[in-house]
Structure formats: C-alpha cells, structure tokens
Design a binder for this molecule. Structure first.
Ligand code: ASP
Length: 309
C-alpha cells in the first residue's frame, strides 16, 4: 500500500476568481479530490491518503517540516506501507526534500512531487506527476536512494535538486544523476520539537553589515552567508561577524555561485572559526546547519562533516 501525504502547493491550486483569474491560490483542493482525478492510481497500488497541511510552500516553516516528518515516520512504522508520496509546492520543495533526506531512515521509498499548473488549469500537470510519483514509490528502482523527486517525467535525488525555472513544466534541475543517489539519514534519530533559527544573508556589492547585526539582535543561532564567488566575505562584515562568533553564533560560508566553497582556500576559516558549505547551496547548507546545531554537534565536527553531507 502507498501512503500519500498532501501538504498543499500548486498541485492542489485553483484559479483565484477574485484576481480576475490572473492568479491562482495554492493548496485549495483536498487530497481526496486530487486522487479522484487520477483513477489509474488504483492499478499501481492500494492507496491511503492524509492531508497533513494545505500551504503554499513559500509559507512553509521548519515547524511544518517537523510535522510532515512525524507523518512520514508513522507511515514508515506501518508494515502495510511499501512507499510514500508527498505532494508539495515546488517553491521550497528542494528544502523539504533535503530536510527529509537527512532526517528519515530511507528504508521506505519516499518520493515528492508537485505541479507548475494549478489543478483546474486546462493543461494541469499535477495528475501525471502524481501518477509518476506513485509508480516510482512502488518501484524497486526507488529503493536505497533516499528521498527522490519526480516532475515532468524527470527524476531527481534530494541532494542535487534545485528549482531552476520560475515558469515551465520542467522547473527543476539536478547537478547529478538520480541513480547515483544514496540514503543519508544522519539525523534520523534526532527528536527535537523545534529547529534553531538560522538565517541566510546575501553577499552583494555594498551589502551592509547591519544584516548581520539584525540577526544577532533577533537571536539567530547560525548565519549562512550566500557570498559572491568562492565565498568571499566583504571586509565591512568582519567586525560584525567577529562579534557574532564571540556570541557563539555559527557562521557558515557558502556561495551564490555553483561549486564548492573550500575550507581555508579563500578565507582564514580556522582563524575566524567559520564553517564552509562545500558544494551545498545556501538553502541546503542552512538546513544542515540547523540540524547539526539541534543535534549538538561540536564546531570541529560541523567543520569536518557539514560539507560532506
Ligand atoms: N507557490 C507554489 C508553492 O510552492 C508554487 C508551486 O507549487 O509550484 O506552493
């Protein structure tokens, strides 16, 4: 049996008549209505469905990841469930997928999907994506890969996935082949009611140090710096970053470019007490840092292991 967990998104979206049909609202249709629209599902497996939440994924909060993970763990613990499908908005799907990749066991195939057109669009892509996700979750190919994502006929691994296009049905891109994906689950045993606040700060010409100061004033425990080039720290940020370290805030250098930020290669990470992202993009580095802080990892362990997740 497959467990379908719905969280909202455009796949459950409908035209917003109040906007003169120019816009749509995500997360309106119930999971039952979405399933009714895909009768072929019954040929894939028997289905059990749960409406976990009904959000536009731009509004998803780390507390929602924890709630969703709870529903996944209950499904994983049920011997009748052989695969899990999560229906999700595409905007932050890569973040939820990566969080789940790190925090679930990977024993039960787990596939996320969404849609770029709302459910009442004449060319709605949700039904085909839902069917493809169910077929993948039921297939042996999905075993031992960790969290997988299907959209517009393309399969992605959670670590490599990013939303790369604002429009178009093939909105996702991958930095590697999904067949190479492996389960992670480094934080599968972590039980925490909340994740510590970690912000992403953008590096750009003239970026003011007040960005850092405002995060310190609001109690952030970690800062991921989405910097230019090879994680280049603006000189004007140094006093505020040193103050942050003095207050015990974790600082992680990442880049707004594709490619690795290598420890001590472009900054004195050891001297400053900074962490580096390796090739994790800033949103994924942030999730890894939140989990490592929640798990009580030491600075040395974070420095060594975060870039390798
Ligand atoms: N804003 C929507 C969401 O992320 C976009 C989508 O689902 O495609 O929920």
């Amino acid at each position: 049996m497959l467990q379908i967990l719905a969280t909202g998104g455009t796949i459950a979206g409908e035209t917003d008549l109040a906007s003169g049909s120019r816009r749509y609202q995500a997360g309106v249709r119930t999971v039952e209505r979405l399933l009714d629209n895909v009768p072929e599902l019954t040929r894939v497996a028997s289905i059990r469905a749960e409406q976990v939440m009904a959000l536009d994924s731009k509004d998803m909060h780390p507390s929602d990841w924890i709630r969703l993970r709870g529903a996944i763990r209950r499904a994983e613990a049920d011997p009748a469930i052989s695969g899990i499908v999560v229906l999700h908005g595409t905007d932050t799907l890569e973040e939820t997928a990566w969080y789940l990749h790190l925090t679930t066991s990977g024993r039960t195939p787990l596939v996320l999907t969404g849609a770029m057109h709302p459910a009442d669009h004449p060319e709605a892509d949700g039904p085909a994506n839902l069917l493809a996700a169910a077929q993948l979750a039921a297939a042996t190919a999905a075993q031992g890969k960790g969290v997988l994502i299907v959209l517009h006929g393309q399969i992605h691994g959670a670590r490599m996935l990013s939303k790369v296009r604002t429009t178009g049905l093939d909105a996702f891109g991958s930095s590697g082949a999904w067949q190479q994906a492996r389960p992670a689950g480094q934080f599968a045993h972590l039980d925490t009611p909340a994740l510590p606040p970690v912000a992403i700060l953008p590096g750009y010409a003239g970026a003011p140090p007040e960005l850092i100061e405002s995060c310190l004033a609001t109690g952030h425990r970690g800062l991921v710096l989405a910097l230019t080039g090879h994680g280049s720290v603006p000189a004007t940020w140094l006093p505020a970053l040193r103050q942050a370290r003095h207050q015990g805030v974790a600082i992680l250098r990442a880049s707004r470019c594709t490619g690795p930020v290598i420890r001590n290669a472009n900054a004195d990470d050891d001297g400053e007490g900074w962490l580096t992202a390796g090739d994790l993009p800033p949103p994924k580095a942030r999730i890894a840092l939140m989990l490592a802080l929640a798990a009580g990892w030491s600075h040395d362990r974070m420095a060594l292991e975060l870039p390798t997740l």
